[in-house]
Design a binder for this molecule. Sequence first.
Ligand SMILES: C[S@@+](CC[C@H](N)C(=O)[O-])C[C@H]1O[C@@H](n2cnc3c(N)ncnc32)[C@H](O)[C@@H]1O
Length: 298
Amino acid sequence: MKILHIPVLCDEIIENLYIHNKTTNIIDCTLGEGGMSEEILSTIEDVYIFGIDKDSSILNIAKERLRKYKNIDLINENYINLSKNKKINKDIHNIIFDLGLSNYHLRNSNKGFSFDSNNILDMRFDESENLTAHQIINQYNKKELLTIFKEYADFPINSNTNKFIEHIFQKRPIDTCENLKKICLNFYRNLPYNKAIQNITRIFQAIRIEVNNEFENIKNGLENAFNVIEPKGRILAITYHSGEDKIVKNIFREYKSNNNIEKKFKLINKKVIKPTFEEQKTNSSSRSAKLRIIERVI
Ligand SMILES: C[S@@+](CC[C@H](N)C(=O)[O-])C[C@H]1O[C@@H](n2cnc3c(N)ncnc32)[C@H](O)[C@@H]1O
């Protein structure tokens, strides 16, 4: 079993968990290879984790990695269903979202996430879902492509973005990740290479968000988390780009200032928590990470 993902902001998550005086029950909504959960299991004495991931292949890795622990339940599910899942049958004291994708997806799967792979464009975390990156690139109309590049990758609506989309249209059909990367590099050939790669990273990010309906999932997942979290319990969310962070920030603010007299929430950190320079140096995937935490007061 080869582990590819180094968990991000692990110490900061553990320091900020609400520790219950009996067993501390946690939902790890994005278990991945299980790195974050393993740290929690080995650090906190009396803890129980429900580890969710919608990708069954990564869950198998977590299963093997965590097999010595009896106090974790692995659940192959979309986290938007966390409040409906019958397996989650305990009071919940902490809910963790570590958003985005794992290095496992980039480096070691045939799922077509990485522009350095020669796989067919795919990008589905859950292979039972229908929409693939291949369909988006080859079947979306110009307006639909413009919308996802604007909404999910902050591309401006201008003539250059329109020309880029026209370029994609002319090159269709586009089958593999590598092929799409080459077509993009050709379009951005007058830019410095690292600038072109930054644009390509954002293009792949936008397609991935669309394939997996990520922004809607974050909203629904957080709404569900607010429904199930116990008093004094905490919701902890790590984001990796501005689109994700904006959603978390807005929903946390909304709950902080709501007028529901039965449930009150307060922000634990007014400013986002970022990885230390040390962590950023040793784990480059952590560089853009931001952690926000909210607590249910009553
Ligand atoms: C950044 S990785 C998590 C890494 C993990 N914390 C670790 O330490 O290894 C994000 C994970 O969330 C999963 N995921 C993405 N969207 C999901 C959803 N809607 N429901 C459940 N899992 C999801 C992905 O399959 C991926 O494994």
